[in-house]
Design a protein around this ligand. Structure first.
Ligand SMILES: [Zn+2]
Length: 166
């Protein structure tokens, strides 16, 4: 029986109850929910058979080596295809995973290439052009807030430097 065709009962909605957030098995920090298909896209191919069908959590503690986890499944940051930008030693530190734009690229655009607005910085670097953040970003979330933050930091540095130079 295909329950999705029944008009007064939607299994698709009721089956999608948000999983209560789990804490990181190593550092005990609260994680953020990351969809299963995001994890499938981020984890190195050799670990694909271990992923299963459940959604995961991402450890947002910069000091912790854990990336995604769900129950007994733990993927450390070294087991992922890309560095997690919010970890302290992420290298390179991507702000936009789709365009492979790093924090440094944004700094460059503002400090050396004269970008004065966020959209100018995006145009120069190629950030936020072809957004597939749901599968490319380890958080599964749009990079816009992170790109904006990097731009604002770069702008502040530029202003401070100008004060020094004058
Ligand atoms: Zn952790």
């Amino acid at each position: 029986m295909d329950c999705c065709t029944l008009s007064n009962f939607s299994c698709c909605e009721s089956s999608y109850i948000e999983t209560p957030s789990q804490t990181c098995p190593i550092c005990k920090h609260q994680g953020i929910l990351v969809k299963n298909f995001t994890v499938k896209h981020i984890v190195l191919d050799e670990y694909l058979p271990q992923i299963g069908i459940n959604d995961y959590f991402l450890c947002t503690n910069p000091e912790c080596d854990v990336g995604h986890y769900q129950g007994e499944n733990v993927f450390y940051k070294q087991q992922l295809k890309v560095p997690i930008w919010l970890k302290k030693d992420a290298n390179p530190k991507y702000v936009c995973y789709c365009g492979k734009v790093t924090e440094e690229d944004i700094m460059d655009a503002v400090l050396k290439k004269g970008a004065k607005t966020l959209s100018e910085a995006c145009k120069i670097t190629g950030a936020m052009k072809d957004c597939k953040c749901e599968i490319n970003n380890p958080t599964g979330k749009c990079c816009a807030a992170v790109v904006k933050e990097a731009f604002e930091r770069a702008t502040r540095i530029k202003e401070e430097n100008r004060d020094c130079l004058n």
